[in-house]
Design a protein around this ligand. Structure first.
Ligand code: FMN
Length: 235
């Protein structure tokens, strides 16, 4: 299934009917997840479903998916990349969803939990039109606003809608920068790596759509762009 078409019509849903899915539908969701690609195949992730969670900025939903890892580096961006495919798959199946950065499992306190996604049936449409997206002006996130892969990143969701990325076209490469958050924001918001994985998911799906190869080399360097660190190179 091509998830690209959901990029410019999905939205975060925060109002659910409360009606849970049955076993068969949940099984279909599990099968879909098994078919998605990891950014780093050697960084394993797990997930579990829960009916209850706790925490601030929480949304009431019939289902929560809790993503966990093993405490390895780069798990958070891997989680963003993998489960943004699920968010788009949900859109394509008229199922509402929203990422939840401050929500926790109510029972277990697993230090390796990374992020939560709420999902379920909604009473309103799960889609919106492209002009309803609230995003920075594209020139604030790139020097190449005509690049269709960068346009796909422009629409990507991020925690607090911070859009903490900058994509700089440089020769035949695109340099991906991650914004370095400063206090007090950095004390409140700690999911920037998940956001970066989400952005890379949109970039990769656009590459597939426009017949380009998706090659990502992870970097972590001060690279002379004030307020940002170099996060990777796309080529
Ligand atoms: C990593 C991450 C964490 C998020 N955490 C929350 C949250 O705790 N509560 C919430 O209501 N929305 C949360 N969101 C949803 C964002 O607020 C939303 O994606 C952003 O405002 C853009 O809106 P859109 O998703 O409708 O395009 C989160 C999104 C991401 C990617």
């Amino acid at each position: 299934m091509d998830l690209f078409d959901s990029i410019n019509r999905r939205k975060s849903c925060r109002n659910y009917t409360g009606q849970p899915f049955g076993k068969e539908q949940l099984e279909e969701i599990r099968e879909a997840i098994n078919g998605f690609e990891l950014l780093y195949p050697d960084v394993p992730l797990e997930y579990r479903l829960a009916a209850k969670t706790k925490g601030i900025f929480k949304v009431q939903a019939p289902h929560y998916l809790i993503v966990s890892g093993q405490g390895k580096a780069q798990e958070a961006e891997n989680a963003g990349f993998l489960f943004q495919q699920l968010i788009l798959w949900f859109d394509a199946h008229d199922i509402g969803s929203v990422w939840l950065g401050k929500t926790k499992d109510i029972e277990a306190t697993n230090d390796n939990d990374i992020i939560v996604i709420a999902f379920g049936q909604t009473s309103e449409s799960v889609h919106r039109s492209e002009n309803e997206f609230k995003r920075k002006a594209i020139n604030e996130i790139t020097n190449a606003p005509e690049n269709p892969c960068i346009q796909a990143v422009h629409l990507a969701p991020s925690g607090m809608n911070l859009q903490p990325w900058y994509l700089e076209e440089s020769g035949d490469k695109v340099l991906l920068y991650k914004q370095s958050l400063k206090p007090p924001l950095s004390l409140v918001y700690k999911k920037t790596e998940v956001d970066m994985g989400i952005a890379l998911c949109h970039y990769a799906l656009a590459c597939k759509r426009f017949d380009k190869s998706f090659i990502f080399n992870r970097k972590d360097e001060e690279a002379g762009k004030k307020g940002y660190r170099l996060f990777g190179e796309l080529g």
